[in-house]
Write a protein that binds this ligand. Structure first.
Ligand code: ACO
Length: 328
C-alpha cells in the first residue's frame, strides 16, 4: 500500500505597511524602547490599516504562496485559516478568503487555537492529506491583534503585531511532514484570554486581551521543550537532528530558554520577533516564509515548527524540507 505524505510546495507572507516602533509606543503609554527590547526582544511591529481585514492579509500571503507553488487557487482542495481575529463572527475568514481568491467549491474553515493556530491547522491539513482525498491544501495563519489590544495597558500592548503567513501543501510519496503533536489544557484558560462575546446585539464582557505574563512565560517554556521532544520521538529523531527551530514568536526570552533546553544554539533558531512582535497564529508561517525565501532552509533539513498560546494550546510539526513547485 502506498503511504501518502504531505509536503510544502509554496510559502508566502504579508505584513501591513505601517510600522509602529517602540519609540512610537512610548508616546502612547509609559514605556521605553530599552524596557521593551530588554524584556521581549521586540523593536517594532506592523499595524493593519483601518481598511484592512484579516482576510485581506490572508489573501496577500496566500497569493505569494500560490505563486511560489505554481498553482492556481481553483486547484486547491481545501482551505484552512488559523485566526483569533476573524473579520466577523461568521462567515469564517477561510470562506471570505476563498471568495477573494476567486475560487469556490472546495471546503474552507477556520481553526481557533490562538498562537498555536497555524501548527494546529497544519497538523489538521496533514490528516486530511493522508486520507487520500486531497491533493492541494492551503493553510494560512492571519491576525490583526492591534484591534483586540487595550492600548492603555503597557503590559500587553507592546507585545503584539499584525500579519499573515501561508503555505501550499501537496500530496507526496515522500515526507514532508514527519510527525505532529497537538495538546490543550483548558484549565489554564484564565492566564491569557479575550473574555468578550456578542450578546443581544451588544458586546458583553471585555473584548480586549488580558494576560498573566509570568504564568504564560513559565508555561510556554515548559511545553515548547516537552512537545518538541515528543514530536522527535514519533519520528525516531533526536534534538541534535533539528536543523532549524521555528518556535512561536512571543518573546525572545521564551525562545532563548526553549533553544537552551533543546541544546540548540541560537544560530539554528529562526527569529522574527524583533521586527514583527507576536503575530499569534501568523508568527510561525511568517518566520518560515522568511527563512525559505532567504535560503536558510534547504532540502533535506529538519525543521521543527512550534506553537503555544491561549487555551492553553500547544503543539509541534516536524518537517523534512523538500521544497519545490507543483512540477518538481
Ligand atoms: N514598559 C515599562 N514597564 C513595564 C511595561 C512596559 N511596557 N510592562 C510592564 N512594566 C513594568 C511592570 O509594571 C512592573 O513594574 P513594577 O515592578 O513597578 O510593578 C515591571 O515592569 C516588571 O513587570 P513584570 O511583569 O515582572 O516584567 P517581566 O520581566 O515579567 O516581563 C513580560 C513582562 C514581558 C510580559 C513577560 O512576563 C513575558 O514575556 N511574558 C510572556 C508573555 C507573552 O509573551 N505573551 C504573549 C502572548 S502568549 C503567547 O503568545 C504564548
Amino acid at each position: 500500500m502506498t503511504v501518502i505524505h504531505t509536503r510544502i510546495i509554496g510559502t508566502g507572507s504579508y505584513l501591513p505597511e505601517k510600522i509602529l516602533s517602540n519609540a512610537d509606543l512610548a508616546s502612547v503609554v509609559e514605556t521605553s524602547d530599552e524596557w521593551i527590547q530588554q524584556r521581549t526582544g521586540i523593536r517594532q511591529r506592523h499595524i493593519a490599516a483601518d481598511s484592512e481585514m484579516t482576510s485581506d492579509l490572508a489573501l496577500k500571503a496566500s497569493q505569494r504562496a500560490l505563486d511560489m507553488a505554481g498553482i492556481a487557487p481553483d486547484k486547491l482542495d481545501l482551505i484552512i485559516v488559523a485566526t483569533t481575529t476573524p473579520d466577523m463572527v461568521f462567515p469564517s475568514t477561510a470562506c471570505l478568503l476563498q471568495a477573494k481568491l476567486g475560487a469556490k467549491g472546495m471546503p474552507a474553515f477556520d481553526v481557533q487555537a490562538v498562537c498555536s493556530g497555524f501548527v494546529y491547522a497544519l497538523a489538521t491539513a496533514d490528516q486530511f492529506m493522508r486520507s487520500g482525498q486531497y491533493e492541494h491544501i492551503l493553510v494560512v495563519g492571519a491576525e490583526i491583534y492591534s484591534r483586540i489590544l487595550d492600548w492603555q495597558d503597557r503590559g500587553t500592548c507592546v507585545l503584539f503585531g499584525d500579519g499573515a503567513g501561508a503555505v501550499v501543501l501537496k500530496r507526496s510519496a515522500e515526507p514532508g511532514i514527519l510527525a505532529a503533536c497537538l495538546h490543550a489544557d483548558g484549565s489554564h484558560a484564565g492566564i491569557l484570554s479575550v473574555p468578550g462575546s456578542v450578546s443581544g446585539g451588544k458586546v458583553s464582557g471585555r473584548p480586549l486581551l488580558q494576560m498573566d505574563g509570568t504564568a504564560v512565560f513559565k508555561f510556554a517554556v515548559k511545553v515548547l521543550e516537552e512537545v518538541a521532544v515528543e514530536t522527535l520521538a514519533i519520528a525516531g529523531l533526536h534534538k541534535s537532528d533539528i536543523n532549524w527551530l521555528i518556535p512561536h514568536q512571543a518573546n525572545i526570552r521564551i525562545i532563548q530558554a526553549t533553544a537552551k533546553k533543546l541544546g540548540l544554539p541560537m544560530e539554528r533558531v529562526i527569529t522574527t520577533v524583533d521586527r514583527h512582535a507576536n503575530t499569534s497564529a501568523a508568527s510561525v508561517p511568517l518566520a518560515l516564509d522568511e527563512a525559505v525565501r532567504d535560503g536558510r532552509i534547504q532540502p533535506g533539513q529538519h525543521v521543527m515548527l512550534e506553537g503555544v498560546g491561549g487555551g492553553f494550546t500547544w503543539g509541534a510539526v516536524l518537517i523534512k524540507w523538500q521544497a519545490g513547485s507543483e512540477d518538481s
